[in-house]
Design a protein around this ligand. Structure first.
Ligand code: ATP
Length: 300
């Protein structure tokens, strides 16, 4: 659905993006993560044809964004960081105006509006002025305008920024529902948002792509942590002798084991602990959280 190759963009002397490449397949929900100023909005503006890159290419659905931004924009639903809404318009008048602007054929507008209003839960607000809505509902209106033309790809720039916790949960649920029919790329600097919503994470730092990984792969680990009460002195050497153990690191009563390849160490460690009569407090996979990975990325 999205293919980005060596995309670079500078603002004057500032290299905002530096040879960024990634691919996003149909149906994926991908979080673009990074601290303030990392380059997230720049990626999004390049993908949506609002900016031209200095070098590199971006294709969406096989069409070059640079060569034919209008054709690409017709395939995309875009929620900018500060969606330009018209506070004096009612929700329905605004969505009607956006359907006209997006070229939704007149005979399809009724259904498109009804679907967008239903999908975003705006049924009871359609006759209210946008300026009178809470921020969470205004964000829903922004998302409704993005899905009016039933795009296969939704690009959302920080969709939950500035919302209160309950509004955040609602917008996340809405994104999850929309993901049933569309590919979604959204930017955020909120780690739990990525953990709850995404299949994949792209992590930017100083304009460079530092991580491109599936959440399931990040959560997968063959390393094991064993925590004992009052460990005897020979624990480390006993663990090191077990089959497929590549390394053991001991720190007070905590022993971290690294496996050879994809070996599952848990059964042998468990067996050994029973035989040696160790008092086991914990035996768990050594999974690094997204927060740990994020900190590693921003500190390297
Ligand atoms: P945030 O989370 O704060 O929105 P971001 O990851 O979206 O940040 P960008 O908005 O892409 O980051 O900005 C990347 C860098 O480029 C930042 O240092 C920013 O100050 C700079 N920048 C962005 N737009 C412009 C511009 N129009 N002119 C000059 N510098 C810009």
């Amino acid at each position: 659905m999205i293919s980005v190759k060596h995309l670079s963009k500078a603002y004057g002397d500032l290299q905002a993006l530096d040879k960024v490449s990634f691919e996003i397949g149909s149906g994926e929900i991908v979080g673009l993560l990074g601290p303030n100023g990392a380059g997230k909005s720049t990626v999004i503006k390049l993908l949506t044809g609002f900016l031209q890159p200095d070098s590199g290419t971006a294709d969406i659905g096989g069409v070059s964004v640079m060569a034919d931004p209008i054709a690409v924009q017709a395939q995309i639903g875009y929620l900018p960081e500060n969606a330009p809404l018209y506070p004096e318009l009612t929700v329905i008048d605004y969505l009607q105006m956006m359907a006209d602007l997006r070229g939704v054929p007149p005979n399809q507008q009724r259904d498109s509006l009804a679907d967008a209003v239903y999908a975003t839960g705006l049924e009871k607000r359609i006759n209210q002025r946008i300026g009178e809505l809470s921020k969470g509902f205004r964000q829903r209106v922004g998302i409704a305008q993005a899905i009016l033309h039933r795009p296969k790809l939704l690009i959302l720039d920080e969709p939950t920024v500035g919302l209160d916790p309950s509004q955040i949960i609602e917008i996340r649920q809405l994104i999850k529902r929309l993901a049933e029919h569309s590919t979604i790329l959204f930017s955020t600097h909120i780690l739990p948002e990525v953990e709850t919503l995404c299949d994949r994470v792209l992590m930017l730092m100083n304009g460079q792509l530092r991580l491109d990984a599936k959440l399931a792969d990040l959560a997968h680990s063959t390393d094991l942590v064993l925590v004992l009460d009052s460990p005897p002195t020979d624990v480390e050497s006993s663990l090191a002798k077990l089959p497929s153990v590549a390394a053991v690191v001991a720190e007070e009563n905590t022993f971290t084991l690294t496996a050879e390849g994809e070996a599952d160490l848990a059964p042998a460690v468990f067996e050994c602990a029973i035989q040696q009569k160790w008092q086991v407090r914990e035996l768990r996979p050594d999974v690094r959280s997204l927060e740990t990975i994020f900190n590693e990325v921003i500190n390297t």
